[in-house]
Design a protein around this ligand. Structure first.
Ligand code: MRU
Length: 359
């Protein structure tokens, strides 16, 4: 998608490695960082310079390749996978990408592993763009339907966190249908949840929608239910970090509450789910999906741009206040209207998922 009118992706190859947009600096600073070794890739994922399930997967794939350039032995491969896997526990794309690259290189002689891993990482990145674009096409039909229901009136979409192009290589998952609709001339407007504590909505979704010219309004996380009660939301579109084989959806903390409110107000609640974010080994999201617990400081403190133009971090709560910071929650399948996958819009249940992906 576009930044300052020019097409961009979130990660791109350089002669030495890859370059990423440092998402901890957005929206106030646009800075890129080059990553050329395993440790830098692992740190970029843990510190959330890159984040969002698909982009975490792509970065991990490149990180594994860089690890193999330093040590292409079986022990090196195992150690690099373990290091990257330990960075963030919830998004299954991380494990998926590591297993895919690992399986590609394991049968090869050591001297061929780095090049093969790097090529596989590039392929994963390229495929991610295609998956997201396909999700955009299938989701576009949902936005069109909503526009028709409203007699061509403005379609209001609510989204949570950033499941935008910054969370993927390009297009995004939840935002792909929005970009497609906007580009097709449909009057689409997005309510952007700020998404405490890290404010991916306020800082990233608002940034990327603004750069692409999509009309949007930032709302506090608690506003969604109220807006739905007053007919202000036609469609909820969110992403996913891990969807079980039974259709339970794990996504950014607060997604579950939006799904409950949508269910109570008959608002369609769709999850945009590329197949690498489906965990076919799990069937009970609440019981089985590991939920990342992040630092208390993300809750007790907040970062922003001061009036002096400098980035600042300030405390919100009294000194010493304890905070709990689960980063994700699980929305049970029964609250999900449908999954927008690269193969079409399907029901969030075991039968539809298995039939679509032939498992
Ligand atoms: O903690 P984050 O910023 O990595 O969480 C991101 C999300 O929860 C996204 O909604 C999810 O990864 C889907 S991204 C297409």
């Amino acid at each position: 998608m576009k930044i300052a009118g020019r097409p961009h992706t979130t990660i791109w190859p350089t002669p030495a490695g890859v370059e990423i947009i440092d998402q901890t600096r957005l929206p106030h600073r646009f800075e890129t960082v080059e990553i050329a070794d395993l440790e830098a890739a692992a740190r970029a994922i843990s510190h959330m310079q890159v984040r969002g399930a698909p982009l975490i997967g792509v970065t991990a794939a490149y990180g594994l390749a860089f690890g193999l350039s330093a040590d292409p032995s079986d022990a090196g491969l195992a150690a690099a996978k373990a290091r990257l896997r330990a960075t963030r526990p919830t998004a299954v794309n991380l494990r998926w990408a590591l297993e895919r690259v690992g399986a590609r290189v394991a049968p090869l002689p050591a001297e061929e592993r780095f090049a093969a891993a790097r090529a596989e990482a590039a392929l994963i990145a390229q495929e991610d763009v295609a998956l997201c674009e396909a999700i955009g096409e299938h989701g576009l039909a949902l936005v069109r339907e909503a526009a028709t229901r409203k007699g061509g009136g403005r379609v209001n979409v609510l989204t949570h966190c950033n499941a935008g192009w910054l969370a993927t290589v390009d297009w995004g998952t939840a935002t792909a249908p929005i970009y497609k609709a906007h580009d097709a001339g449909i009057d689409v407007h997005v309510y952007v949840d700020e998404t405490r504590p890290r404010n991916q909505g306020a800082s990233l979704t608002a940034f990327e929608l603004g750069e692409h010219g999509v009309p949007h309004t930032l709302v506090v996380d608690n506003a969604g239910g109220h807006l739905m009660q007053h007919g202000e939301i036609d469609l909820v579109l969110v992403g996913t970090d891990r969807t079980t084989a039974s259709g339970d959806v794990c996504n950014k903390i607060g997604t579950y509450l939006k799904a409950l409110a949508a269910f109570d107000n008959d608002v369609p609640f769709y999850v945009c789910a590329p197949s690498p974010s489906i965990d076919f080994s799990m069937s009970d999201g609440v019981a089985q999906i590991p939920i990342e617990l992040r630092a208390e400081e993300e809750v007790t403190h907040i970062c922003g741009l001061g009036d002096d133009g400098e980035l600042a971090r300030v405390r919100l709560s009294p000194k010493g206040t304890k905070a709990l910071n689960p980063a994700f929650d699980v929305t049970p399948a029964r609250l999900v209207t449908g999954l927008v996958t690269e193969r079409g819009v399907i029901a969030a249940n075991a039968r539809a998922i298995a039939a679509t992906f032939r498992r």
